[in-house]
Design a protein around this ligand. Structure first.
Ligand SMILES: [Zn+2]
Ligand SMILES: [Zn+2]
Length: 197
């Protein structure tokens, strides 16, 4: 069996490591924990994630409980990604809720739970990153789209169907009409016929 206390020591300079020194240890004592920190790398999924270093706004409260420190509240920030249907850029805010107990070393909770179930205090320090990571990843769509009814791309020409007229079609289209179509859609004129020179 691996020993239970395998976690590395926390670095209080890490943006998501919280120092609870100022929180009185009497159960029920509460302190606000409001700060803006840079988002850690790889916070999200392949297609949509929180840009590394972007603002993560913590609006939390920490409460002393007999077994440790309970952290709850909101985490806000922005997501950026790519629409799974039309590849357009997606940029949207997120607002997730976290509620996590961090058990004191040698408390009953610490001894009767697994590190994966209940967080651990390391002295006065605790690490919010796993809780923030779980909450953010859970809220992410596995198939992000720019809008729920995004029509995706035309299978014939690869253009975004949302940018095209509703009757967009490649059946029996005269190439001259296609060129005119592109012009009326504001595309660069290099797509037009050489007669325009
Ligand atoms: Zn889209
Ligand atoms: Zn098309």
């Amino acid at each position: 069996m691996m020993p239970k206390h395998t976690q590395n020591h926390l670095d209080p300079r890490q943006p998501l490591v919280v120092d609870t020194t100022k929180l009185p240890r009497q159960p029920g004592a509460t302190r606000a924990l409001k700060r803006v920190v840079p988002a850690p790398p790889d916070l999200g999924l392949e297609l949509i994630s929180v840009p590394t270093g972007s603002d993560l706004e913590l609006d939390l409260s920490m409460t002393s409980v007999s077994e440790g420190v309970y952290i709850s509240g909101g985490v806000r920030g922005s997501l950026s990604g790519e629409c799974g249907r039309c590849l357009n850029e997606i940029s949207e805010p997120f607002d997730v809720h976290i509620a996590e107990l961090y058990a004191y070393a040698a408390s009953t909770t610490e001894e009767t739970t697994d590190e994966d179930e209940v967080g651990r205090m390391q002295g006065d320090l605790l690490d919010l990153e796993p809780a923030v990571r779980d909450a953010v990843v859970l809220t992410l769509p596995t198939n992000p789209v720019c809008r729920p009814d995004c029509q995706g791309l035309c299978v014939d020409c690869g253009a975004r169907l949302d940018d095209l007229p509703a009757d967009h079609s490649h059946e029996d289209v005269d190439p001259r009409w296609a060129a005119l179509h592109k012009l009326s859609n504001g595309e660069p004129p290099e797509a037009a016929s050489p007669h325009d020179k």
